[in-house]
Design a protein around this ligand. Structure first.
Ligand code: NDP
Ligand code: ZN
Length: 351
């Protein structure tokens, strides 16, 4: 079969591979739509997770079940399914401990385009099919389902990590598609003031649509100073980091109230260390928590998030700015994600 792959760090191209083999609990899926991610860009062009050879890229997609293993109970060939970007081994000890995304080792629940071939092929393989697939409701289009693979569950995980509650003032650093879903998730959780950080005009407009009350440009000065000015010097209750680099932790800590929480879902592609400002971190005693996490994945979560879309509580169509048709357009879509033109939020390729 054909697939669009990372050939080595900095290089991508089309390759031929054997169709994946279906184990007894697995499924083989024929994709209906796929979407490239900023994470593919970190992986290929920053070499952020190390060298990979001839690995098919992509971890955001939905499709039609082509084959299931003998122990798969709830899915059969022909079913339309959603698949989360993270596909844990649900019987692992890490999953039993509450961290399915780290099943088999740190970040090892993230298999597509990390430890195995991803979704940019004619077929892709899903482990633990009963736990990692979810039926795609008729009312959700394949392109919307792509947003449910990663952008929604990741942005919402930032909200979960920051533990956003009714009335909280939130600073959301980054309003690409992940940050936009963090804004939408904060809004659904009842945040009051939502200060969003970013500059691309489409993203700013979408941030307002999803519930941002204030917009800050990181290009116009220090993020913390701007956030403090917008909160009468008091600071924010919660911060979600979904963009920028290691330097964003400093303003996040500075803008945060004592007792506040920072949830990071940004994939830090470069830089050896993160610096935490000592004084603003309460000289070590400020009760300012910082937690970073990979989103959990899993069928239950997919079904619950899809329900928000089905019932009209979450409209993911505002994320999709570029639409392509046909597998050969995957390359163009990935390069859009790499080059991030000003009018881009998220591209989707319908197959
Ligand atoms: P984008 O590149 O589309 O968005 C990044 C955002 O951060 C933009 O709003 C950008 O602003 C802003 N930004 C850039 N530089 C700075 C800065 N110095 N300070 C503050 N803000 C800045 O990324 P995505 O939304 O696609 O993805 C966000 C991150 O999430 C990526 O690192 C991605 O790899 C990661 N990710 C993590 C996952 C997880 O499970 N934890 C899963 C999926 C993705 P501007 O408007 O100017 O461009
Ligand atoms: Zn992704």
């Amino acid at each position: 079969m054909k697939g669009y792959a990372m050939l080595e760090i900095g290089k991508t191209g089309w390759i031929e591979k054997e169709r994946p083999v279906c184990g007894p609990r697995d499924a083989i899926i024929k994709p209906l739509a796929v979407s490239p991610c900023s994470s593919d860009v970190h992986t290929v062009w920053e070499g952020a997770i190390g060298q990979r050879h001839n690995m098919i890229l992509g971890h955001e997609g939905c499709g039609i079940v082509d084959e299931v293993g003998e122990f798969v109970e709830d899915f059969k060939p022909g079913d339309r399914v959603m698949v989360a970007a993270i596909t844990p081994d649900w019987s692992s000890l890490e999953a039993q401990a509450g961290f399915p995304m780290h099943s088999g080792g740190m970040l090892a629940g993230w298999k597509f385009s990390n430890f195995k071939d991803g979704v940019f092929g004619e077929y892709f393989h899903v482990n633990d099919a009963d736990a990692n697939l979810a039926h795609l409701p008729d009312s959700i289009s394949p392109e919307e389902a792509c947003m449910l693979s990663d952008m929604v569950p990741t942005g919402f995980h930032g909200v979960e990590l920051a533990d956003i509650k009714f009335g909280d003032t939130v600073l959301c650093i980054g309003i690409g598609p992940v940050g936009l879903m963090a804004v939408a998730g904060s809004n659904l959780r009842g945040a009051s003031q939502i200060i969003a950080v970013g500059t691309r005009p489409n993203c700013v407009e979408a941030a307002k649509f999803y519930g941002a009350t204030d917009i800050i440009s990181y290009k116009d000065g220090d993020i913390a100073e701007q956030a403090l000015a917008l909160t009468d010097g008091k600071g924010v209750d919660r911060v979600v980091i979904a963009g920028g680099g290691v330097e964003t932790f400093e303003p996040a800590v500075k803008a945060l109230k004592p007792g506040g929480k920072i949830g990071n879902v940004n994939y830090l592609g470069a830089g050896e260390y993160i610096s935490i400002p000592r004084v603003e971190w309460g000289v070590g005693m400020g009760h300012k928590q910082i937690i970073g996490g990979l989103m959990p994945g899993g069928r239950l979560r997919m079904e619950k998030l899809a329900k928000l879309v089905e019932l009209g509580k979450l409209d993911v169509t505002h994320l999709i700015t570029h639409r392509f048709n046909g597998m050969d357009k995957i390359e163009d879509a990935l390069y859009l994600m790499k080059d991030k033109p000003k009018d881009l939020i998220k591209p989707v390729v319908v197959l």
